[in-house]
Design a protein around this ligand. Structure first.
Ligand code: PXL
Length: 264
């Protein structure tokens, strides 16, 4: 499986491409990267970070790749630095995804029911148009709300299912527990084990794992449950081992969840 990860390089803080590369590799993928921006750290919780958008470079990189005839089984997009980049990712999909390849979009917009720094309603609207091109989308509850205006996650899922065939809402607090919502011939939910607290980068760990599992041939449900298990085990480890959660998830020693599954 050849995978393309489109995401930023946050040099510190374990998210985006620094997570996508090892996690997709653990799923047996040959991983190429298209960096969207270069930051000294991610934007969640750090101050004074540097930010270099790579719009012009992305175009040049893709023009070069075209001469190599590269095509991907799975393309996964994450953090995008501008509305123009969202338009460009649609073009990347057209130019580089194999005919039966899968396009997975993590519509990175925000958390805790607020936008990440630099994003707004207009950006969310554009992101929704990218979701319409995807086979799978992986918003968290905040992003599902920002994309649909629905705070009820069942309603948000139904609204998203009209945009993309397989939406997944990666974590929703409900009266009767904590759930992942997904749509496959109707709305479904998978109970998740909840660990209190906020774990930066958990969405990126999940997205990379899901993309690797679905691109590697697992069913939708198996890709979800395996990624939920990998993420949960990484969160437990992070809770114990990482005092400052903005430094990201300690997922490395749990990669065997994925490597073992791909040996089967
Ligand atoms: O984890 C999502 C993410 C990705 N990339 C950058 C971010 C964030 C969330 O804060 O700031 C640069």
């Amino acid at each position: 499986m050849r995978a393309l990860a489109i995401n930023d390089i946050s040099c510190v803080g374990k998210c985006s491409l620094t997570v996508a590369l090892p996690v997709l590799s653990a799923c047996g993928a040959t991983v190429d990267i298209l960096p969207t921006a270069l930051l000294s750290t991610h934007t969640g919780g750090f101050t004074g970070y540097t930010f270099l958008p790579l719009d012009d470079e992305m175009k040049k990189i893709c023009d070069h790749w075209e001469t190599l005839g590269l095509k991907y089984d799975v393309i996964q997009s994450g953090y995008l630095g501008s509305r123009a980049q969202i338009g460009f990712v649609k073009e990347v999909k057209k130019r580089f995804l194999k005919e039966n390849g899968l396009f997975v979009v993590d519509p990175v917009l925000g958390d805790n029911f607020t936008f990440y720094k630099g994003f707004d309603e207009a950006f969310a609207k554009e992101m929704l148009s990218l979701c319409a091109e995807a086979d799978y989308i992986l918003p968290n509850d905040t992003e599902a709300y920002l994309l649909t205006g629905e705070r009820d996650m069942r309603k948000a899922l139904i609204a998203l299912s009209k945009v993309c065939p397989h939406p997944v809402i990666t974590g929703a607090d409900e009266k009767d527990g904590y759930f992942l919502y997904y749509y496959e011939n109707g709305e479904k939910r998978l109970p998740l084990k909840k660990v209190e607290g906020s774990f930066h980068g958990a969405g990126d760990v999940f997205a990379a794992s899901f993309s690797g599992c679905i691109g590697g041939g697992f069913s939708f449900e198996r890709a979800l449950s395996l990624s939920a298990e990998f993420c949960y085990r990484s969160i437990l480890r992070t809770e114990k081992e990482v005092p400052d959660k903005k430094y990201g998830m300690n997922y490395e020693k749990e990669l065997s969840v994925l490597t073992d599954a791909f040996k089967e």
